[in-house]
Design a protein around this ligand. Sequence first.
Ligand code: M6R
Length: 608
Amino acid sequence: MCGIVGIVGHQPVSERLVDALKRLEYRGYDSAGVATIDGGALHRRRCEGKLVNLEAKLKEQPLAGTIGIAHTRWATHGAPTERNAHPHFTDGIAVVHNGIIENFAELKDELTAAGAEFQTDTDTEVIAHLVARFRRGGMGRREAVHAMLKRVRGAYALALLFEDDPSTIMTARNGPPLAIGHGVDEMFLGSDAIALAPFTNEITYLIDGDWAVIGKTAVHIFDIDGKSVTRPRQVSMAAAHPIDKGNYRHFMEKEIYDQPEAISDTLSHYINFLDNRVVEVSGDIAFANVQSLAISACGTAYLAGLIGKYWFERYARLPVEIDVASEFRYREIPLSPQAAALFISQSGETADTLACLRYCKEHGLKTGAVVNTRESTIARESDAVFPIFAGPEIGVASTKAFTCQLAVLAALAVAAGRARGAVTEKEEQILVERLAEMPRVMAQVLDSIQPKIERLSRELAKCRAVLYLGRGTSFPLAMEGALKLKETSYIHAQGYAAGELKHGPIALVDENMPVIVIAPHDRFFDKTVSNMQEVAARGGRIILITDEKGAAALKLDTMHTIVLPNVHEIIAPMIFSLPVQLLAYHTAVFVGTDVDQPRNLAKSVTVE
Ligand code: M6R
């Protein structure tokens, strides 16, 4: 989603602004722009497409100035053209915006009737026109911005420059995050601390309703009523993680191969390897007493939650209600305060998931956040935080965050089982021993399966649609496989519970339809095999992802098999994720898509 950066400095800013934008590229965008003040006037350069275009433009037409704001735009209102790219200029005011102004149409009508001339199709432009109108009415800069904030409705992270004030950036937050960075005689603004990591690790996060005036040496923060407020200054960990691809072609590939190490980091925070027990981490959530668990999340995080549901129900005998966050928040679920709620989010900023968290808090539930970013809004607003320790995930397609989310959910399910007396000490030790094997098995799998995956991916890349099937925890994993394939290679894919095949999707099966079956040799195996036979009988092309026992038990001529080591069912979803992710990755490479930033997608979805 859109990225914002700003610098109030004493050295030229345009190059540094673009460098900071590059660190936000992972969020997904389709146009970009930068504005500075120089010689008492606003100047800007904007481009469609990637930041290389903006860099090329800046090379031809450099921008001077020691104060500036910049933006990567993920189009919501209006096509991703240069004309619609931010910053927008109106009457000596420049604005960049992340979010959606929900009442923009009514404001636009009102402003147009009063003589404003709009130059773009965006919702954002109303912000600049509103501020300009208030200023024409005699208000000072701060007053005008405050008055504008009282008129707009919706989600926003904003940065504004005023031509008549080359020493401050004004900013405001309601929804999408904003981090203010403290430098030496320079101040910074960014959509996250990662963008600011080369400049400073001293960060102040704005909270919803805050707006601020950033000068070279100080920031003044106000709440929505205009009262001066202070927000803590903290040291961000963002700079601790270098963001580069190493020797890999794409971040997605690197992040797939990062998994043994990432999972090992994750587990070391949740498991005591000395006595093979799960560490007591539940904090404010008393699993022993809760009557049910509500889980909500989006996309891949939701699918991790679906797998978690199987574990909480099996190991902790804890009923789980789960839904995608965009539905959960509007379903009017009767929530009991005896329930606890878990929110799973890599970014910790996903708008729908955050809204569910606030909804559950209003209903008196204890809340827990399974997040990768401990400084995120979802983490800050939850009663308990369960970090996943995956390190920065830059590829838009979530890979290592997914398996680290699973590792945390598995550990929590075992902890809940222990607290509820549903798992004995002996059972806990066995489960923990198996969890501890994960990094080693992952490394072994990653070392061995690539050649086969590449061969199969070459064929998948020619297909128009793919079906994924699985049972038990392999069902959500089938959905994750389909999601991963479609988002990275743009090939239509769908994941089904294998038992649902004959209730509809079997109509699609013919000799052109690859069917990827995820089937460890578990208690569902024989039933899944029956479903595979139904596919084979109709000439369907099967790719079976199974383990050694499964491969020995089954031979079908029409079939390709990816064979993994035999593993315990509690780690099977993480181990089986690896071929699923690699198939999506290599297929996307063969199709030739923009693997790390697939079209239309954003890494951090901060609007509804
Ligand atoms: O940051 P979050 O985990 O809340 O993001 C949720 C989804 O937007 C995300 O998982 C998305 O589905 C990924 N692109 C999937 O690879």
